[in-house]
Ligand binder design. Structure first.
Ligand SMILES: [Zn+2]
Length: 299
């Protein structure tokens, strides 16, 4: 192979950017740590209220299916285990709330249910206090991970679905069936609108420490259109990131400069191991988000 061909290969690999680990932030700013689980058994708990507009119990099955997809991947390369815990009531997001790794549908927007004088407005606790969505209208779902700013080790990671009304009165309709895709403005439970399994598979990617990538075919692409099902499957790039981070029988691979260098050398054909920055300094980081705005289009 000519030298030129090799350069082309490396450049192509860098562009592909198959996965990005979520960079931890320290109290002083950027760090070389990545948000990573220290344990290999992670128990998730669904809020028993489920999704009010999804028929029967299909939403629970859809979320279980998303975890099963990750579990299938893990069986081939890792000892990571996703364990379904008992359903809970009134799931609270964030560490120290008593509920670890919850999945909850926020059926109301906080602007519609929280009195303007409520003290929760000042400290960001309205979502838990009033069971409401307190994030952007255009965000379909959000994963909040709590980690040590000293080590990057995750203590807790919670997933919220935005089922509340946006400012214009519209809502994301969460569905579970695989076809046909809903036409815009004609969303119903009998077509695919915003698929729960699709959304959950993406959010679990955040839960295990991965950030958005620009590749629109990736599970970790930041947006999803009405009817999107592609993220139900874990793409090869994201899969390689997971397997490389949580190798069976070995400690998680740290996200420091040395690890990045090593990965660049050993995984040149699949791209580099990068870290990206999201969230704010402090114990709780708001990890960005499936930004699948009903108004936003695929690029
Ligand atoms: Zn996301």
């Amino acid at each position: 192979m000519s030298r030129c061909a090799l350069i082309v290969l490396v450049a192509g690999a860098a562009q592909a950017q198959p996965y990005l680990r979520t960079r931890a932030l320290s109290n002083t700013g950027d760090s070389n740590l990545c948000v990573t689980w220290g344990v290999r058994k992670v128990t998730y708990r669904m809020d028993g209220a489920g999704s009010a507009r999804t028929p029967v119990e299909a939403e629970f099955t859809a979320v279980d299916n998303a975890f099963s997809t990750w579990q299938q991947l893990a069986r081939g390369c890792s000892d990571f285990e996703f364990i379904r815990g008992p359903r809970i009531t009134d799931a609270k997001v964030g560490k120290g709330t008593g509920d670890d790794n919850v999945i909850t549908f926020r059926e109301e927007n906080c602007r519609d249910v929280v009195p303007i004088s409520d003290a929760c407005q000042a400290d960001g606790s309205c979502g838990n206090k009033h069971k409401c969505w307190e994030h952007s209208d255009s965000t379909i779902a959000l994963t909040t991970s709590t980690y040590s700013t000293r080590t990057g080790v995750v203590f807790d990671s919670d997933i919220e679905f935005n089922a509340g009304k946006s400012a214009d009165g519209a809502r994301f309709l969460f569905t579970t069936i695989s076809s046909p895709p809903c036409a815009e403005g004609m969303e119903s439970p009998f077509c695919t609108a915003y698929d729960i399994q699709n959304t959950a598979t993406h959010e679990i990617g955040h839960l295990v420490g991965f950030d958005h990538v620009s590749d629109p075919m990736s599970t970790m692409a930041p947006t999803a259109a009405l009817g999107d099902l592609a993220k139900r499957a874990i793409d090869p790039g994201t899969a390689s990131g997971f397997c490389g981070t949580y190798p069976r029988g070995k400690p998680p691979v740290p996200c420091d400069e040395l690890a990045q260098l090593k990965n660049r050398i050993t995984a040149r054909n699949t791209g580099t191991l990068g870290c990206s920055c999201t969230g704010t300094p402090g114990l709780v980081a708001w990890l960005a988000l499936a930004l699948l705005g009903r108004r936003s289009r695929r690029r």
